[in-house]
Write a protein of this length. Sequence first.
Length: 386
Amino acid sequence: MRVGLFHNHYIYRGGEDVAFELEAELLAKAGHEVHALAVDNRDEIGASSLGALRAGLRARWNPDTLRRVDAFLAAHPIDVAHVHNFFPVFSPALHTRLHARGIPVVQTLHNYRLLCANGLMLRGGRSCEDCVALGPWNAVRHACYRGSRLQTLVWSEMTALHRRRRTWHACVDLFTTPSDFARRVLLATGIPPGRFRVVPLPVPDPGPACPPGEGALFVGRLSPEKGVDLLIEAWRQLDGYPLRIVGAGPEEERLRARAADVPGVCWVGGVPHDRVLAAMRAAAFVVVPSRWYENFPLSLIEAKACARAAVVAHPTALSDLVAADDTGLRFEMGDVQSLAEACRALAFDPERTRRLGERARAQYEACYAPERCVELLEEALRSVTR
């Protein structure tokens, strides 16, 4: 197949950027002709208020996208388009133009932005589905996008417009989600269930697994939805058991201050990917204490690949990835005591931790290895070309 990949890079690099780049590599290795068209928020928006205003005004419909797509297709004829992120620079003009040119479109939904301004289904530290029932304009009242009513208005207007136009029904042939939990939540968009398919994101194999190391590990962006504050409070009950926190983000200074009197907590900071994997191999288990629904955190799948058990928040998309007492343990989302008990259960039972880690590695090999994920993606792309 001749596959066109489309992606709007964020200002801060994240899992969607990694998935986009890895997919291009894996599809090419599988023998497909791959061409990519990407835009970057850093180039289009930058740090200026003028750039942000311009991007906001064009988020509902960017005429530059029409010219970009036409030039791209003239240089690279394709059989199918796979879109990752389109907000805010591409805008839904991307899907409309591809459809008008007769190109089947597959859209991967990495978050919940079709339903929620911030894409997290989270407000005030708690899961929130108000805009599902009350409509997109409800988000403006709460300034859900970056704490700005003006910026939230951009999302609300875009969402309302393309719902009226039925852009997603008419111009997207198939939606994919990395987890079934996300698929179930996104059915609230009104898109028919048959237009959804679960396709996990590929995660490279880090190599042969080794026995569990020592201590717990958190890997991720230090931002409110990740729940690191809950983890710190839970660690007050872990009797100094080692916890390493890998990552950086806007909450780092506040979280470091909060953990100053908590024994066992060690801050690693943001590090290259190879050091993240080394930290996983050195740990006994990982913790994903998210406050939001999540979708498909790559760090959790990497932990499975390293044969590490996980403690994850429930009910979230993580519940689909970690069955209770199978490849890890669950705790009630937002509950510090429940989180502490689950971590204690693994911290002081090394045999159980090892057994769950072995199951996690087996699950990775069966479900999330790159070869299996690419097969599922190929099936999805072929289904719309037929």
